[in-house]
Design a protein around this ligand. Structure first.
Ligand SMILES: [Mg+2]
Length: 219
């Protein structure tokens, strides 16, 4: 059985810059009816729901399901509006790599703190959404390991069984730790939030600048 490869999204499949999460921050501002709702909040490698809870705590508000549903409706409006813009672009040679893996018969899945709705808008925009058989998303658990378990379980259900070899590809130290947690090989890419130095300290199996470097692993 060909390997199962889990991808992170921001900084890995999608170029991460200050506009990547604009729909989320604009939805937060509309929710609060004020500006700068995301100021001082570090979103790197966190689930969207966890971030939203910090926003509420910063404003002495309680989390309730109706509040969350209202926020999600605002978020979807912002995603829809910004889908027409160029804020989401493929990172490095991610598009070619994903399509090549798919052609080779590898199974591809997602592990991300993004809500599935945000992940779908972003990956549809760059034409990659349909290549993934399953995903663990920000609504599946508050923290990355829980999200990773959800991704693995969903992929296993789709495939009938898990292949012997799993990989996790991501741009942060947490992605490397997630790989260890899933007993997967860790591929760190230097195009996102963490420097090569910082990534190497976590001992990934591979540390790359572009995906083409590792394509031959999947022959
Ligand atoms: Mg990332």
């Amino acid at each position: 059985m060909k390997p199962l490869i889990f991808f992170d999204i921001n900084g890995t499949l999608i170029t991460r810059d200050e506009r990547t999460d604009l729909p989320f921050s604009q939805a937060v501002n509309r929710f609060l009816d004020s500006k700068g709702g995301m100021e001082g909040i570090d979103t790197s490698a966190r689930s969207d729901k966890d971030v939203f809870m910090e926003v509420l705590a910063n404003h002495k508000m309680q989390f309730t399901e109706p509040q969350w549903d209202f926020f999600l409706s605002l978020y979807e409006e912002e995603l829809k509006n910004l889908a027409k813009s160029d804020i989401w672009r493929p990172n490095a040679d991610a598009s070619t790599f994903v399509k090549n893996l798919f052609k080779k018969g590898c199974s591809l899945a997602l592990v991300t703190g993004e809500l599935s709705i945000g992940a779908e808008y972003k990956l549809r925009k760059i034409g990659l959404w349909d290549f993934f058989i399953a995903g663990g998303f920000g609504e599946d658990a508050l923290h990355r390991f829980g999200i990773a378990e959800a991704a693995r379980d969903k992929a296993e259900k789709k495939l009938g069984a898990l292949p012997d070899t799993l990989y996790v590809i991501g741009d942060t130290v947490l992605d490397i730790q997630t790989a260890r947690y899933l007993r997967a090989k860790a591929i760190a890419i230097t195009t996102g939030s963490h420097s090569r130095e910082k990534l190497l300290k976590e001992n990934p199996d591979y540390c790359i600048d572009r995906f083409e470097t590792i394509l031959s692993l999947f022959n």
